[in-house]
Design a protein around this ligand. Structure first.
Ligand code: SAH
Length: 276
């Protein structure tokens, strides 16, 4: 798990709805895209190429929502530090196209939780591109959740997409989230075993965790199998990513097959002491 998660930021707070996570002591974040700088042509070229490779034909409104999120990200990144990638064309590839590599997998899902959504990837591009009924973007860091709420607003996704300034562990203890979701997405949040421990308590039986991974993850898979066995059982599938510029990227799909007992997820301190 990354440092943010381990630091206890957000611990003890309840999940909050959209808007409730905004830090009122600061300037309000922009809620309109007008006035933000436009995206350069290189961004659109890279995005169009990636969408073609993914065989994804987005309606103009979806593409506009995606672009508006990126415009807000670029405008606020210096202040909030949402991504180390600063070039719009690189953001098109490494954030937007990379997020949308799961579009085919999630095409028929009713909803998903994006765990550790950070600057909104992969949750916002997927929510914009797919006809999903409900999406929850979750981040334990308040200022990131505040950004997510503003981005959802700016992108016009408010009806379907909610934001929670909370740790995934907190959501897992709430009845309305516990084993209630058909899918959980997570990119750059933790090892696969850690993600299984956070995602399985939120997933309905038959639901899927989709994790973005690259490189050699054999070791990670071994640990993840132990976690899967303890949290209800299931199987792991791998989907290669068919975008030339994202060579080596893979989506790991873990399908949950049995109920998860209430002892999971364990406290972060216990997880650190007794990893899978
Ligand atoms: N998914 C984004 C951000 C990755 S950084 C992307 O791929 O660009 C990891 C994010 O996960 C951070 O914003 C951190 O605050 C959040 N995070 C880590 N552990 C978490 C937890 N247990 N619950 C909720 N958010 C968590």
């Amino acid at each position: 798990m990354n440092d943010d998660a381990g630091s206890g930021a957000g611990a003890g707070r309840r999940a909050q709805p959209i808007g409730g996570c905004l830090d009122r002591s600061r300037e309000p974040l922009p809620t309109r895209v007008e006035g933000l700088p436009p995206l350069p042509p290189a961004y659109s070229v890279v995005l169009t190429t990636g969408l073609d490779e993914l065989d994804l034909n987005l309606p103009p409104a979806a593409r506009e929502a995606i672009d508006d999120h990126v415009r807000l990200l670029l405008a606020l990144n210096a202040a909030i530090n949402l991504t180390a990638i600063r070039e719009p064309a690189e953001i098109a590839l490494r954030h937007v196209v990379d997020s949308l590599t799961a579009a085919a997998l999630l095409g028929d899902t009713a909803g998903f939780i994006d765990l550790g959504s950070g600057g909104g990837f992969p949750g916002i591009p997927l929510a914009a591109a797919l006809p999903v009924e409900r999406v929850a973007l979750v981040d334990s860091v308040g200022k990131k959740a505040a950004f997510l709420a503003a981005a959802v607003d700016v992108a016009g996704l408010t009806g379907r997409v909610g934001v929670a300034a909370a740790r995934a562990e907190e959501l897992a203890s709430e009845a309305r989230h516990r084993e209630g979701w058909p899918a959980v997405t997570a990119r750059a949040v933790g090892s696969l075993a850690e993600l299984v421990e956070l995602a399985f308590p939120l997933l309905a039986v038959g639901g899927r965790l989709i994790a973005w991974k690259r490189g050699d993850i054999d070791d990670e898979l071994d640990h993840a199998r132990r976690a899967i066995g303890a949290l209800g059982g299931g199987e792991i599938d791998e989907e290669p990513v068919r975008v030339a510029a994202l060579a080596g990227h893979r989506l790991i799909v873990v399908t949950k097959r049995g109920r998860t007992t209430s002892q999971f997820p364990r406290d972060p301190a216990v997880r650190r002491r007794l990893p899978w």
